[in-house]
Design a protein around this ligand. Structure first.
Ligand SMILES: *Cc1c(COP(=O)(O)O)cnc(C)c1O
Length: 366
């Protein structure tokens, strides 16, 4: 970014660029890990009537503490993970990005994450005045527990971020490793923030099951991916109630609209229908992965709703552009030689594979 001289932009922001996954129209939109299945008509109607009801009180501020929604989210997690959380262990906000921002506002100063991972962790850290350290992974991007532990012990950051399944690689980290990390981080008074945006797509047990044993662990979840609710903006965290008290301090008053709260409660009540969509996407992910391997490509093992692949001879931006020219939008995550594709519906996945196989066949002929 270049800024006019007269604009008193903060010095520490001047060299940053805003988040900007291209929002362009395509036949197959497979670039931001959205859920391809829109809400059913039944769900849409139930949301509409709940929103109508909430509209009749729009002259009033919403429940500042979103007590009912937080209780519903606790119930949802308890049913999935056999935990016993109440509303006092849950915080909810406008997307998990707001959750991440609140964590930096409350606990910031220094944070560490393991690159490549979710690009918003370092960006939100910097914007909220937290210094960020890029931790290292193995050369194949897999998580290296020993290397992570030595980087954590050296830096002793207030916050350590771990994304599992990781975006953009798809790798899930075993629960035993998370427990080890949380114990080491707890020993010097830091917090381990586990971003589980894709947890429902993974078979690994959730880190929420460790919170009662170790209050230094915070788990972030979202309704954007598995719940097909990205447009509504609802993210949440599970943690020790003292962490939630800190969230009360840094949140803006009435941050979550009454319309959002009521729509989210309805979506949670449709969880069985929504989780059936997750099962379908996991099957499709495995199929698309096999098809990519069948095209001679290398695919990183994924426990999420996307795949990171490599093995094409043109540059990633070239392949990305050719796919887009044929109506398929995927993501160039800035890793040389790699591209990330979100699992779409059956037609989108088929179109992606068909177009990609033509691009690769043309590669061979040259
Ligand atoms: C998509 C994603 C999120 C979701 O952000 P929302 O603000 O809840 O939509 C959070 N973390 C990771 C790692 C993601 O990939």
């Amino acid at each position: 970014m270049t800024w006019p001289a007269w604009l008193p932009i903060r010095k520490d922001l001047a060299e940053l660029s805003p988040y900007g996954a291209p929002q362009v129209r395509a036949e197959a939109t497979l670039n931001t890990n959205e859920n391809p299945f829109p809400p059913s008509l039944d769900l849409a109607k139930a949301i509409a009537s709940a929103v109508e009801e909430a509209s009749l009180s729009l002259n009033r501020y919403p429940d500042r503490d979103a007590k009912e929604l937080r209780a519903d989210l606790a119930g949802y997690i308890n049913a999935l993970s056999a935990t016993t959380f109440g509303a006092e262990s849950v915080w909810v906000a406008n997307g998990s990005n707001e959750i991440i921002q609140s964590l930096f506002l409350a606990f910031g100063e220094s944070a560490l994450g393991f690159t490549p991972s979710y690009s918003m962790h370092p960006l939100i850290a910097k914007v909220s005045g937290t210094s960020w350290f890029d931790g290292k992974r193995n050369p194949d991007f897999s998580f290296n527990l020993d290397a992570a532990l030595s980087q954590i012990k050296e830096r002793r950051p207030r916050l350590t971020f771990l994304t599992t399944p990781n975006n953009p690689t798809g790798e899930a980290i075993p629960l035993s490793q998370i427990e080890t990390l949380a114990n080491v981080i707890g020993s010097f008074g830091g917090l381990l923030v586990v971003d589980e945006a894709y947890a429902e797509f993974s078979e690994e047990k959730s880190a929420v099951t460790l919170i009662s044993k170790n209050p230094h662990l915070i788990v972030i979840r979202t309704m954007s991916k598995a719940f097909a609710f990205a447009g509504a903006r609802v993210g949440y965290l599970l943690a020790d109630p003292h962490v939630i008290d800190a969230m009360f301090l840094v949140r803006l008053p009435y941050h979550l609209s009454s319309l959002t709260q009521s729509a989210a409660r309805v979506a949670i009540s449709f969880k069985d229908e929504l989780l059936a969509g997750v099962t379908k996407l996991v099957q499709s992910r495995n199929k698309v992965s096999e098809e990519l391997i069948g095209l001679g490509l290398t695919v990183l093992p994924s426990s999420a709703n996307f795949l990171l692949f490599t093995g094409f001879s043109q540059s990633a931006p070239q392949v990305w552009q050719k796919l887009l020219d044929h109506g398929v939008l995927i993501r160039d995550v800035g890793l040389s030689g790699f591209l990330r594709v979100t699992i779409g519906n059956g037609a989108e996945n088929a179109q992606f594979i068909a177009v990609l196989s033509e691009i690769l066949a043309a590669e061979e002929k040259r």
